[in-house]
Ligand binder design. Structure first.
Ligand code: MN
Length: 143
């Protein structure tokens, strides 16, 4: 599919294998400070089902502020990332670390200025979506 964030109607109804290189595509513009690659592992618009992706974020690229209606679990595969809950300090994550963003919690995540960042994230669907996108992060908050 052209837009990797375009959700399918539901998760596969049989066992499905994704190979490491399958379906990697550029994330749509307007959600981050620069392009990054994603491999959609699960996409759905069905309430209670999960969406999941593997993301590859170049150094210096971070998402805009956003939230997830049923929360998000993010696990770092490689590199170093930054995460911030709105109103709180920026936290650095490294390979093997995980973070949970609670439902509707405004946050961003991305690579550090000097290291790429790859992760797997899982975010369940509510009311047909798994993410609500907001404004860009102010530059001074990305430090
Ligand atoms: Mn998120």
């Amino acid at each position: 599919m052209n837009n990797p964030f375009a959700m399918g109607d539901s998760c596969p109804d049989t066992m499905t294998v994704w190979r490491a290189e399958d379906g990697i595509a550029t994330a749509p513009s307007g959600v981050s400070t620069g392009p990054f690659e994603v491999q959609m592992l699960l996409s759905s618009r069905a309430d209670g089902e999960m969406t999941a992706m593997r993301a590859f974020v170049p150094a210096g690229v971070i998402t805009h502020w956003h939230s997830h209606p049923r929360g998000q679990l993010l696990h770092v595969l490689d590199g170093a990332g930054l995460v911030q809950r709105h109103g709180c300090e920026v936290v650095e994550l490294r390979k093997g670390d995980s973070v949970w963003f609670a439902p509707d919690e405004k946050h961003w995540h991305g690579a550090t200025p000097t290291s790429a960042f790859s992760y797997i994230s899982i975010q369940p669907v509510k009311d047909g979506t798994a993410a609500h996108w907001m404004e860009p992060v102010e530059q001074e908050q990305n430090q």
